[in-house]
Design a protein around this ligand. Structure first.
Ligand code: GLU
Ligand code: MG
Length: 437
């Protein structure tokens, strides 16, 4: 590889933004071990030009240390030079963990799952986004026309994602005006989070190269369809076999997977503060938007917060390989690492407590009577970031998964965002999030 140009050291912070510092490529080898310095206080950055109150002083610093396995290049195209980047872990010193690093949080949660159950997590993100630009004309939802109108972009996107090593599973127009979607290929462990980050940033860059702007904001305007970031996951054993299903189990789930889902449901309200974590997220969540409005689980149910997706093959053994669980409430204002890490911690808590699966919703929960919902333990999800943060403050178990500094910083940043939203004109609010994400 040529030594000319830059390489960006990147990391995903608490507000799910990929931040960076760059170094000349020729210096990269010498930077690899100790990375670059970064003020701890930087972890308190809001999505805007503001640093929230945080537990660190002006001397506290971490290193952004590259993970050689997470290096990627968005190749050159025409006048656009190649973009070299490497995903980092934030560490006080090489080899030491920082408890406020999102990627480390996820890695430790993966290790806990594997140590306690022998299982590996396999996950994939569905990324919905809005295209816009001076020449952009939205076409009919899901239409072939909407695909053909952006074919140059979509084809380049597919090729570029393949070259960055994260090849997409599907690429298509979505339901919303100007909305498109890329589904990631399922990957095990750390790679699942890295693929989500690389895919998201590659979509942005390829769009830019085509005179377009991609925004992953959960709700571009109150009228627009929401941009979800549904998270699919399954469990594999040491041989890589999908062991998520059991035909005799509830909703076809293995005993462990059922307990894992029960753990997620038990802590769902507090989890929402991490997986749908911006003020505009709550304009997306709600019944009848296929984004989910209720803390519920259901087989194939697009209105349930946790949707069970049995494989569609006729042969049961083949179907079992595709069996997966989908978390529909998530959006792209969440850090993929923090979202996966929190879901894992909740699931693990369910396994430890051998929690029983609550009764499933086999209709749209919004269509059930209040009594039927109450009988099934189906409750509305938090209706605002404030409500989600209150749920977090009230859930001591969820709080126990976070170090004091991570909890304090997260709460501070998110409270700032809630206050910002309360003071902002709605148009300004949507526009700021649309631009930041
Ligand atoms: N756009 C919907 C959401 O906000 C999801 C539509 C779908 O793919 O089912 O989650
Ligand atoms: Mg979709």
């Amino acid at each position: 590889m040529s030594e000319a140009g830059l390489i960006y050291l990147v990391w995903s912070d608490l507000v799910g933004i990929t931040r960076t510092r760059g170094v000349p490529l020729r210096d990269y080898t010498r930077r690899q071990e100790a990375g670059l310095g970064w003020a701890c206080a930087g972890q308190a950055m809001t999505p805007f030009e503001h640093l929230a109150a945080n537990p660190w002083g002006p001397m506290h610093e971490v290193r952004q240390i590259p993970d050689p396995e997470a290096r990627f290049t968005i190749p050159a195209a025409g006048e656009h030079p190649a973009i070299h980047a490497v995903i980092c872990d934030s560490r006080p010193r090489p080899g030491e963990d920082w408890s406020a690093c999102t990627r480390t949080f996820y890695r430790n949660a993966l290790a806990a799952l594997e140590a306690e159950t022998g299982l590996k997590l396999v996950a994939a993100f569905e990324l919905e986004f809005l295209l816009d630009g001076p020449e952009f004309v939205p076409e009919a939802p899901f239409s072939f026309d909407a695909a053909c109108a952006q074919h140059r972009f979509l084809t380049a996107l597919e090729a570029t994602l393949k070259q960055t090593g994260v090849g997409p599973e599907t690429v298509e127009p979505e339901y919303g005006r100007g909305q498109y979607e890329v589904s990631c290929v399922p990957r095990a462990g750390m790679r699942a989070g890295d693929v989500a980050l690389i895919t998201r940033e590659t979509i942005r860059e390829v769009a830019r190269r085509h005179g377009l702007r991609a925004s992953f904001t959960p709700k571009p305007t109150p009228e627009h369809a929401g941009n979800g970031c549904h998270i699919h996951f399954s469990f594999s054993d040491e041989h890589g076999a999908n062991v998520t299903s059991d035909p005799a189990g509830p909703l076809g789930l293995s005993e462990t997977a059922a307990q894992f889902c029960a753990g997620i449901l038990a802590h769902m309200d507090a989890l929402i503060a991490f997986i749908a974590p911006s003020p505009v997220s709550y304009y997306r969540l709600g019944p009848h938007h296929w984004s989910t409005g209720f803390r519920s689980i259901g087989l194939q149910n697009r209105e349930a917060a946790v949707r069970i997706m049995p494989g569609s093959a006729r042969e049961p053994a083949v179907a079992a390989k595709a069996f997966n669980i989908e978390i529909r409430a998530a959006d792209c204002t969440a850090s993929p690492y923090l979202a996966l890490g929190m879901l894992l911690r909740a699931g693990l808590e369910g396994i430890r407590g051998k929690l029983p699966l609550p009764p499933p919703a086999d209709v749209d929960p919004a269509e059930m009577s209040e009594a039927a919902r109450a009988a099934a333990g189906i409750t509305p999800l938090p209706a605002s970031l404030r409500e989600a943060l209150a749920a977090l403050e009230n859930d001591r178990t969820v709080r126990s998964w976070l170090s004091d500094e991570l909890y304090a910083c997260y709460l501070s940043v998110k409270t700032w965002e809630a206050e910002f939203a309360e003071a902002a004109e709605p148009d300004h609010l949507f526009q700021r999030y649309r631009h930041a994400y």
